[in-house]
Design a binder for this molecule. Structure first.
Ligand code: SAH
Length: 245
């Protein structure tokens, strides 16, 4: 078996934030298994003769289940292929990159991880919001918004999250935004805490919606906010530099 797998982060979208190492391994790939998030600009530059396998989720419909993606990677490597698993942002921040690494290790497959610029930092940053700032926040917490806070089996402790003084950055949180802001407020988070939602960061149709814990869910509904979006909660949002659309 000469094949190997590269678990590659594409950055938050666009060629400018793709790393040089990512470019190198993508260009040498026999097979690219890609998610939706890397975006058209990057996907348009996959090598012509590489086999492309779409692993994206489209409105909740998975083209391939997670176990099928993992099985395909193993199968292609066993054929001696160089496989790139291309994921949005950084491969190990949410998005199940860690699980894929485990599976590949279990099969004794050589893996190189190529870090990427994460949307959790870059998307707020590109609209002028630093996730930390001496005046506002000395910690930052990355949260998956995928979990409904009203479910008792939630892995997230909203009481603790509400108490944190630093910045909260929520990924995959659009659908549960009303429940998330309600859970934070119920556990004592100041309702006046500023919130920004950045949809489709770094894409031509990027849009920013700003508000507070108290009113952001209503504003998001009115504006028709949709995934993918990064939600930032905390004083750093006051540094937002753009104009609201
Ligand atoms: N590993 C990725 C995150 C995967 S989870 C990373 O490091 O960026 C997927 C979530 O990332 C989306 O639901 C959204 O919250 C966020 N996201 C990724 N790219 C984005 C972009 N260009 N604009 C806004 N949000 C983005």
């Amino acid at each position: 078996m000469n094949g190997r797998v590269y678990l590659v982060g594409s950055g938050p979208g666009g060629l400018g934030l793709l790393t040089m190492r990512a470019r190198e391994v993508i260009d040498a790939a026999d097979v690219v298994l890609y998610d939706q998030l890397p975006g058209e600009e990057i996907l348009a530059t996959l090598p012509r003769d590489a086999e492309r396998i779409d692993c994206g989720k489209y409105g909740g419909n998975h083209t391939l289940e997670q176990h099928e993606i993992e099985a395909l990677m193993v199968e292609k490597v066993r054929e001696g292929k160089t496989v790139v698993r291309l994921k949005g942002g950084d491969p190990f921040l949410f998005g199940r990159g860690g699980e894929e690494l485990e599976v590949l290790r279990e099969h004794g497959i050589p893996v190189e991880v190529v870090p990427g610029v994460t949307s959790a930092i870059a998307v707020p940053e590109m609209v002028g919001i630093p996730v930390t700032h001496r005046r506002y926040a000395s910690t930052v917490t990355f949260i998956t918004g995928h979990e409904d806070p009203t479910k008792p089996e939630s892995a997230l402790d909203w009481e603790v999250l509400a108490r944190l003084k630093g910045t909260l950055v929520i990924l995959m949180g659009v659908k549960n935004l009303p429940a998330i802001t309600a859970a934070l407020a119920a556990h004592g988070k100041d309702p006046a805490t500023p919130v920004a939602i950045i949809e489709r960061g770094l894409r031509p149709d990027q849009r920013v919606t700003v508000g507070t814990i108290a009113d952001i869910a209503g504003k998001a509904r009115t504006a028709g906010v949709r995934p993918p979006a990064v939600i930032v909660i905390g004083g750093v949002v006051e540094l937002y530099g753009g104009t609201e659309e």
